[in-house]
Design a protein around this ligand. Structure first.
Ligand SMILES: *Cc1c(COP(=O)(O)O)cnc(C)c1O
Length: 452
């Protein structure tokens, strides 16, 4: 039972870690055996604890263990699992109607979500949006729109980029394993150029790296052939790589000067995650198009492309859409999630979470010598794990530390081209004590794995 429907920060799930069996416990192991028999082994898995309830910063598994959630379902439940406003809005909507297809007979929720996106995203110009089901689908549609608008085909993407698992977005994603291996041929006209990665490029200044990118576009592609530059303002799966200041701005300016559509993929960084509504806000970057998904709807599947009205209107009528895009339940959830973000001031919460996580990660780095770089912004922080006092990746230690956290009931995720990044993405409604307890476990895992 919910403690109080009027206090929208409250969940009925007790906010404490509690281990009553090994993790995964016997009931989870039974389900895992069923999964192994029934589910394609190609679908990946991080931690085989089967969840029955969740709220705030806690996941409850079938064996009764309470796990601390430092992953938020990969930056999705920014407002927490089953956030009260989301539950209310979706319950009301599911009883009213579940689907009409917006392209057949429309409904207000879709329009209202587009209005909110147009209002919240950066840019003081007339904006429009279109809704889809997944992040990859949003990225695909941003490319369709940019090509229709420019009459050009080439798309520039970056080293370490992640944009999804469909054919076009696999081509745009950098990493072969596990995303691309054996799945080709890939969509053509995708060109990958260097990313500003301060820890590995000797701290080169952002504008300097951008000049290299620009020179390569000019020499190898011809700016007049490029439809879009697509970039994550902070890379997600690539390992929370924050480009040096000025990198994004220089590319933005180059795009403007050359009629190239600048697309910010904010699927992981959006919706208060980085301490702003969007990661672009930090440096005042104004994209032409933005893709969003993950954090948008409190866990329901929804994605969007938002941007300049003239660009968004360039494709022919009927050229964009999909059966389920902007499903009424997902739209109701998004409106409630956005209300919750505003009401609970989740941008401020993300900044507070950053200060806690940064302090704790710095202490672990000082005590162990195996954290080469601490980076990220807001409630999106990562530690790059290296051989002691070097910049050489240590993916083995990274995976051992993550597994040790899982065994102690703390869900952490890994990332990075070299598999050596631990990334922390707690729900923005997590309490400070619970967050600190999760970080205690992370610290203890490092100490135990290094036998310090
Ligand atoms: C997760 C992600 C995607 C893909 O989203 P899906 O909903 O999994 O298709 C695309 N871009 C970025 C930056 C992401 O983090």
């Amino acid at each position: 039972m919910l403690i109080a429907m009027t206090d929208h920060s409250i969940t009925s799930v007790p906010q404490e870690r509690r281990l009553v069996t090994e993790i995964p416990g016997p009931l989870s192991l039974e389900l895992q055996a069923r999964r192994t028999a029934a589910v394609s082994s190609a679908v990946g898995g991080t931690l085989a604890a089967y969840i029955t309830a969740a709220g705030g910063g806690i996941l409850v598994d079938v064996d009764g263990n309470h796990l601390i959630d430092l992953g938020a379902g990969i930056a999705v439940v920014n407002v927490g699992n089953s956030a009260p406003r989301v539950v209310d809005a979706v319950s009301e909507q599911v009883a009213a109607f579940t689907h009409t297809c917006f392209m057949v007979t429309p409904y207000e929720g879709y329009v209202a979500v587009c209005e909110e996106l147009n209002r919240l995203t950066p840019g003081n110009y007339a904006k429009k949006s279109a809704l889809f089901n997944s992040g990859a689908e949003a990225v695909e549609n941003a490319i369709k729109i940019a090509r229709a608008h420019t009459g050009r085909q080439m798309v520039v993407v970056f080293e370490h980029a992640y944009h999804g698992r469909t054919n076009l977005t696999m081509a745009m994603t950098a990493k072969n394993m596990p995303y691309k291996n054996s799945f080709g041929p890939f969509a053509p006209e995708i060109y990958r150029l260097p990313m500003s990665y301060p820890f590995h490029d000797g701290g080169r200044k952002g504008p300097e790296v951008a000049l290299d990118v620009i020179s390569r576009i000019d020499k190898e592609l011809g700016a007049q052939n490029v439809a879009a530059i697509v970039i994550e303002p902070i890379q997600g799966e690539g390992g929370f790589i924050v480009p040096a200041p000025g990198f994004l701005g220089a590319l933005r300016e180059f795009a403007t000067d050359n009629g190239i559509v600048f697309v910010a993929d904010e699927i992981q960084t959006g919706f208060c995650r980085t301490g702003d509504w969007f990661a672009c806000d930090d440096e005042g970057i104004v994209p032409d198009l933005m893709t969003t998904a993950k954090g948008i709807a409190g866990g329901l599947p929804l994605a969007a492309v938002t941007g300049r009205a003239d660009i968004m209107d360039s494709a022919h009528v009927g050229g964009l859409g999909g059966t389920y895009g902007g499903n009424p339940l997902a739209c109701a959830a998004a409106l409630a999630a956005i209300e919750t973000m505003t009401e609970l001031d989740l941008t401020a919460a993300a900044r507070r979470i950053e200060s806690i996580m940064r302090t704790r990660l710095e202490a672990i780095a000082a005590a162990t010598g195996v954290i080469g770089d601490i980076r990220g912004r807001g409630a999106m922080m990562a530690a790059e794990i290296v051989k002691p006092n070097s910049s050489t990746a240590d993916p083995d230690l990274t995976s051992r530390v993550a597994k040790a956290c899982h065994a102690q009931g703390v869900v952490v995720l890994t990332a990075g081209t070299y598999g050596n990044v631990i990334r922390l993405l707690p729900p923005l409604v997590i309490g400070d004590d619970l967050l600190n307890e999760g970080l205690d476990v992370l610290e203890a895992a490092f100490i135990a794995e290094l036998a310090l």
